[in-house]
Design a protein around this ligand. Sequence first.
Ligand code: 9PG
Length: 433
Amino acid sequence: MPFADVGEVRCRPQDAWVFEHGWQSWSPSGRYRWTDTPPRPADGTIQILAYRPDSPVPDGVFQGEGLLAIEPGDGSVELWSAPGPLEVPSIRVREEAGRLVVSADGPVRHHRSENGLGQALRDWAGTMAPARRFPAVPPMWCTWYGYWGKVTDADVIENLELSERHGLGADMFLIDDGYEAEIGDWLELRPEFGSLARAVDAVTGAGRRAGIWTAPFLVGHRSRIFREHPDWLVGGAYAGRMWDQDLAVLDVTHPDAAEHLVNVFRTLAGMGIGHFKLDFVYAGALAGRRHEDLDPIAAYRLGLELIRRGAGPGATLHGCGAPMLPSVGLVDIMRVSPDIAPTLHPRSGDISQPSQLGARLTGAAREFLHARWWVNDPDCIILRPEVEARAEWAAHIEATGGLRGSSDPIAALDAWGLETTRRLMVPTATDPS
Ligand code: 9PG
């Protein structure tokens, strides 16, 4: 649908603030003055990887994906949103003759509030998902931000032992990117990783839960499934470039691809894995030619349902790089920020990219979703001495009710890092803020 005007706010634009909500986990979200320049992708690849792929924003315009709010400066809030998780328009605001004009490329709802932005967002979030209790999730330990793609089974086992010895209380050990042979070949191992069964058995044998990372809708051009099943790919869909290769998309509406997807998760669950970090899943909602003519959000939701079928009803599904609204009701935990990194500022100046600043700004702007739509994941605790502004990151984590997960090599922590990590490693808050 082309953009059509849906409303206007009469105010002095220089007094107004706009809240832009990003498309997926890594998309910048926040409240900006009308006179500010909001975050925009540094290049076309980042537009696909971390913003909304088909919805670049023209200059001079603010844009939210499924949610945009305006504070005219008199204490009121005007909020426009998607009608629900299944249809998520882009919502824009532009200045025209001294007023702010709102437009959207799909159906929207309008809410008005007199109680400030925070309350407006909390109230709105409550209307978008059925009220549900989110039981406390215990803290975890994750391989990514310490071992990156070079993780081994021995690293998992060493940190399992160190977490117990230092009383960090990690109850789930998440084996992140780096164990797999290729992006798409989730049941084949990178030889240097060692044995997945050995790592998982060590964790479950210690009475802890095992978690694993996949990017279930990505098919890397180097993978076996890309070579062997070209008919399982979404025609014309390009999920960007990472791991030094172009990324295609699994067509979950193809019956054989769907069966494969269910089987991957059934197999991993059969090994004793109960927590699944589902990463780069924006790919499942890309437009393209599918075996069945489903719209992209319906195809995305079907993909998550197939994963649930394979993983089992008791498994924890943890979205990441995930379209936010379209995931409501289908994931237990959701990453609500770009990646944390040992550096305060992102390399490209683009706050969708790994950095403490990007993780802090977008994570704080989305705290209102915690325990309303899912359990928020603000990204991992990293507090080893090389981490810039580590006390600021600890304070940010302490202020969120979301998932607590340490991702330092525990042996690299100094006394302050160890003590602070121990203090932060508590279960998630069950009440929304
Ligand atoms: C593993 C990592 C970790 C991490 C995830 C995700 O915009 N980007 O280009 C971009 C790339 C990678 C990325 C986030 C954003 O990291 O968030 O926790 O699992 O993959 O490769």
